[in-house]
Design a protein around this ligand. Structure first.
Ligand code: DC
Length: 224
C-alpha cells in the first residue's frame, strides 16, 4: 500500500492475551514498518529487578538500575546488554511479577524516552498506553478487546504450541489479576484512548482481525 505520510505510527493497545503482538507484528510486516513490543520492555525490566533482588518500589537502588537499563531487539529476539532473554521474559515467573514493576511511575518515566526514540522510521507499537501516553499523536490507534475466557484460551494454545504444560483456570485467574492491576494503577492505566477504534476480537480469527486493522490502517495512512 502506498503510504502518503512520512514515518507513520500505528498503535495497538489492549489487555493481556488479546493477540496484540501477533496482529501488530503482522501489520508491521505488511506495511514494512518496524515493530515495537513494549510489553517485552516491561518484562525485561522485571527480569533484571528480580535477578538483582530489587523490589517493586521507588528506591535509589531501583532508580540506579533503571539508569543503566538498556534493551534491544533483533527480529523477534529481545536482548538486555548482549544477553538474549527472549524466552526468559515469557515465563510464568515474569507474568506474575511484571504488573507491580509496570505500575511504578519511575519505571514508566524511564521507559518513555526509550519507547519514543523508536519512532524515527515510523512503527507499529503495541502495549497498554501507546495511544494514551507514549504516542498520543499516532496516525491510527486500535484498542483490541476479547473476553477473559477467550484470552486465557489463546494463551493456553500458545503455551501448548511451545510444548509447555498449562492449567487453564490458573491462566484465566492470572490474566484477570493482571488486567485488574494494569487497569486500576494510577499512572497510564490500561484504557482506550478517546480517539481509538475499539475492536472486540471475541470469536474472530487472527486473519479477520488483521484484515480489519489493515483496512483501518489503509484509511488512516492515505487520509481516506
Ligand atoms: O503485553 P505483555 O503481556 O507482554 O505485557 C506485560 C506487562 O507489561 C503487562 O502486564 C503490563 C505491562 N505493560 C505496560 O504496563 N505498558 C505497556 N505499554 C506494555 C506492557
Amino acid at each position: 500500500m502506498p503510504l502518503s505520510k512520512k514515518a507513520p505510527v500505528i498503535v495497538i493497545d489492549g489487555p493481556a492475551g488479546v493477540g496484540k503482538s501477533t496482529v501488530a507484528r503482522e501489520i508491521a510486516r505488511r506495511l514494512e514498518l518496524p515493530f515495537l513490543d513494549t510489553g517485552a520492555i516491561y518484562r525485561a525490566v522485571t527480569l533484571v529487578m528480580l535477578r538483582e533482588n530489587i523490589p517493586p518500589a521507588d528506591s535509589p537502588e531501583l532508580r540506579g538500575r533503571m539508569n543503566d537499563f538498556s534493551v534491544s531487539f533483533s527480529g523477534v529476539r529481545v536482548f538486555i546488554g548482549g544477553e538474549d532473554v527472549t524466552d526468559e521474559i515469557r515465563t510464568p515467573r515474569i507474568d506474575a511479577n511484571v504488573s507491580p514493576y509496570s505500575a511504578l511511575p519511575v519505571v514508566r518515566e524511564f521507559l518513555l524516552e526509550i519507547q519514543r526514540k523508536q519512532r524515527e522510521n515510523g512503527l507499529v507499537a503495541e502495549g497498554r498506553d501507546m495511544g494514551t501516553v507514549v504516542f498520543p499523536d499516532a496516525d491510527l490507534k486500535v484498542y483490541l478487546t476479547a473476553s477473559p475466557e477467550e484470552r486465557a484460551r489463546r494463551r493456553c494454545s500458545e503455551r501448548i504450541a511451545k510444548g509447555e504444560r498449562v492449567d487453564y483456570d490458573e491462566i484465566l485467574s492470572q490474566a484477570r489479576a493482571r488486567d485488574e492491576m494494569d487497569s486500576t494503577r494510577d499512572v497510564a492505566p490500561l484504557k482506550p484512548a478517546g480517539d481509538a477504534v475499539i475492536l472486540d476480537t471475541t470469536g474472530l480469527s487472527f486473519d479477520d482481525v488483521t484484515e480489519r486493522v489493515m483496512d483501518l490502517a489503509a484509511r488512516a495512512l492515505t487520509g481516506g
